[in-house]
Design a protein around this ligand. Structure first.
Ligand SMILES: NC(=O)c1ccc[n+]([C@@H]2O[C@H](COP(=O)([O-])OP(=O)(O)OC[C@H]3O[C@@H](n4cnc5c(N)ncnc54)[C@H](OP(=O)(O)O)[C@@H]3O)[C@@H](O)[C@H]2O)c1
Length: 237
């Protein structure tokens, strides 16, 4: 029995969410492809007096893994999906490998659909996916990720109807300082400083900003079929 499954919980926003839920004394299962990363996260998160943390190795892009993950769980209250791999994704469409584009869609969009398919009947409270600001402010170098993120909203609306009264939502983060940026091969600090100066919030996000938004959506029984933008005002700049 676990209270929450976080697919992508080994780093970044998912790790921050795991820390937040454990501090609320919830039993948390974190999921990712790398058992080493999960083991490091478990060591970092385990605290006496907090909830219990377990790990499961699974690839969101593989149906047998997603089916196997939920087969191990009889009942779970909340499922959060933060998993994404941005390796090779950024660049002009003509320059992005088709295999990379397929992998993005298979993880971010089809992976989310697989969660809806295999969590059905086991999840009792909520499913929350993670999209991103590029769905709403594409910049010419992230088109396939933007498309997958944008489609997550429609997926969540559909699943919110199908799986009701289980609530299904999307968190759409703006730029957040997490390890995903290390895959992009750019000067992260310079990009963050330039964006922070333009944002109404005057800073980029922290993983904890996003974890707190997840917690609100999980707890509020009247939020379903919604995209919650947690982007420091990026969408309106
Ligand atoms: N950081 C930002 O500025 C930003 C902005 C907008 C949206 N987002 C979105 O926010 C979400 C969280 O990103 P983050 O910044 O927290 O990134 P992160 O630190 O790189 O975390 C992503 C996690 O997902 C796991 N993962 C990747 N592919 C997976 C797969 N196929 N199956 C299972 N787990 C997988 C990774 O672990 P393994 O490699 O071990 O599998 C990793 O722990 C992503 O959906 C991202 O697109 C991020």
């Amino acid at each position: 029995m676990t209270d929450a499954i976080i697919i992508g919980g080994g780093s970044g926003m998912g790790l921050a969410l795991a820390r937040t839920l454990l501090a609320e004394d919830m039993q948390v299962t974190i999921v990712g492809r790398s058992s080493d990363r999960l083991a490091r996260a478990r060591t970092e998160l385990a605290r006496p007096g907090h909830g219990r943390i377990t790990t499961i190795t699974a690839d969101l892009g593989r149906e047998e893994d997603v089916a196997g993950l939920f087969a191990q769980v009889e009942r779970v209250e909340h499922v959060a999906v933060t998993a994404a791999d941005a390796t090779g994704v950024y660049g002009r469409t003509a320059d992005v490998a088709t295999a990379t584009a397929r992998a993005v869609v298979e993880t971010k969009l089809l992976g989310a659909w697989l969660v809806g398919k295999h969590a059905a009947g086991r999840v009792t409270g909520s499913i929350t996916f993670t999209s991103g600001i590029n769905a709403y402010r594409p910049n010419g170098s992230n088109t396939i990720m933007a498309a997958a993120n944008g489609a997550l909203a429609s997926l969540a609306y559909g699943l919110a109807i199908e799986l009701a009264p289980v609530r299904v939502n999307v968190i759409s983060p703006g730029w957040v300082d997490t390890p995903i940026w290390d895959q992009l091969g750019m000067d992260k600090q310079a990009a963050f400083a330039e964006l922070a100066a333009r944002l109404p919030a005057r800073r980029v996000g922290t993983p904890d900003d996003i974890a707190q938004a997840f917690l609100s959506v999980m707890r509020n029984g009247f939020i379903t079929g919604t995209v919650l933008h947690v982007d420091g005002g990026h969408r309106i700049t």
